[in-house]
Design a protein around this ligand. Structure first.
Ligand SMILES: [Zn+2]
Length: 460
């Protein structure tokens, strides 16, 4: 028994240089992910340094250069670099180490225990995005162990603070440690993945994102005692403004990236939907199609700006009329929309000069070229590893840290090489978040394939 085990272990210690043991790498990735999940990096406050240090130790043990850079005490970002032959500009693998909160009462399995059960690793961050951090780190480790030299340097970044906007993570790095990015050409991060729908695999790579325009609507009025209210107060003005906003529907707008996304999905559908998606502009003119299409909140969000009130603030006491009442609006704009034009439109909808609008978060929208050679490499991956599944450049209603890098001229793409069902997707920011060990193993292998095949693109 002991001898057999020993042989099995030894057999895996030194695979031939080119033949990596993917199964073993998958197991190692699962262990690394469990360890990362056990470090609670709920943001706020984050506390990502411990997780960044864990990754740094793992990479350094393989002889890979690393640095943990803190934007503030406890807010650590991991940087690592695997030198290539220098024939092409670097590629960045980006993930984030912070996670959204998890209430253990909603979970069947404790969210910060890193438990493995029936072929899955469970825990907050398993998919978003510690699972990604783990496969990205293991992919460069695998390349290093295989003694292969890639055409380009690979930079690994696992950052803090993505979930609250990235100002202490990716945003801080691009502004204070721009040197770490070098003249990187490409970046791969979260945003989209390989979808499994009715047995069909669809490889989606996000090339554009909606942009946040987070606003605070503030109504003013005279403060006073609740027993003798004036006709209008800050609170009633706010309620009236919000009611107008609630009734206002931003117009339908089909931007080119969204139009091509649905046209690319069309061949996967049956008629009449196939024809409708192919000719979205015409289809959206049909009231019945429009009503059916926009009933799906994700689809609705891709063809118009959205406005949703979230935080409400007024008086702290039942019998005190406040001088100020406010609501925060989570607005999301389509690629190419102008935030100032959007705010001006909202002002005219509210039509009340005593109500002001402050901007909490807004940045210009950005997108990356859907025909870049990196997409060719993903198509090649699909042909060799995913049975020739269609590769579709997508637009996502949410946003990631990509925009910080797109603003620096790095072509950035959202692609996690996991195959996920809708059930799996629902666990992101939800309960019982999990990733299969099969996905971890295949994810490392697919990333290594990509790193080896991304063609050197246009000279700088
Ligand atoms: Zn994320």
């Amino acid at each position: 028994m002991t001898i057999v085990l020993l042989i099995a272990v030894l057999g895996r210690v030194a695979p031939a240089s080119a033949d990596l043991d993917w199964h073993e790498l998958g197991e190692e990735t699962a262990t690394l992910l469990s360890d990362l999940i056990r470090i609670d990096t709920t943001n706020p406050p984050g506390g990502e340094t411990a997780a960044a240090n864990l990754l740094a130790r793992k990479l350094r043990a393989e002889g890979i250069e690393t640095e943990v850079v803190e934007s503030a005490p406890g807010r650590g970002n991991l940087y690592a670099r695997l030198p290539g032959a220098g024939g092409a500009r670097p590629l960045i693998l980006l993930s984030h180490l912070d996670v959204v909160p998890a209430d253990p009462r909603d979970w069947r399995i404790p969210p910060f225990a890193g438990i493995r059960e029936r072929g899955h690793v469970y825990g907050r961050g398993a998919l978003d995005a510690k699972g990604l951090a783990a496969i990205q780190a293991m992919a460069v480790i695998a390349v290093k162990r295989s003694h292969g030299i890639l055409p380009r340097d690979v930079i690994v970044l696992a950052t803090a603070d993505e979930e609250t906007g990235g100002s202490a993570g990716a945003g801080w790095l691009v502004h204070h440690r721009r040197d770490l990015l070098g003249d990187a050409e490409y970046l791969l991060t979260e945003g989209d993945h390989i979808h499994l729908r009715g047995g069909q695999k669809i490889v989606q790579v996000s090339v554009a994102e909606k942009t946040p325009c987070w606003l605070k609507v503030v109504a003013h009025g005279e403060s006073g005692h609740g027993s003798t209210p004036p006709r209008f107060t800050a609170v009633t003005r706010l309620v009236r403004a919000l009611n107008k906003i609630r009734r206002y529907e931003p117009p339908i707008s089909l931007v080119p990236a969204v139009e091509s996304y649905f046209a690319a999905l069309a061949p996967l559908e049956k008629e009449p939907l196939r024809g409708e998606l192919t000719h979205m502009r015409d289809a959206l003119e049909e009231p019945q199609f429009l009503a059916d299409f926009t009933r799906n909140p994700r689809q609705n969000a891709l063809i118009r700006d959205t406005i949703t009130p979230t935080v409400l603030q007024g008086s702290l006491k039942t019998n005190v009329i406040p001088a100020e009442a406010s609501a925060q609006l989570d607005c999301r704009l389509l690629p190419g929309e102008s935030p100032s034009a959007f705010i001006a439109q909202l002002r005219s909808v509210i039509g009340d000069d005593s109500v002001s609008i402050e901007t909490l978060l807004s940045f210009p929208s950005s997108s990356s070229d859907p025909s870049a050679p990196l997409l060719t490499a993903i198509r090649h991956l699909s042909a060799t590893d995913l049975g020739g599944a269609p590769v579709i450049p997508s637009v996502i209603p949410g946003f990631t840290d990509s925009h910080y890098f797109r603003e620096q001229g790095v072509a950035s793409y959202g692609f996690i090489p996991f195959i996920l069902t809708e059930e799996d997707e629902k666990t992101v920011h939800g309960s019982n978040e999990r990733v299969s060990i099969q996905n971890l193993e295949n994810g490392v292998r697919r990333l290594v394939t990509l790193l080896r095949t991304v063609p050197p693109a246009a000279p700088k």
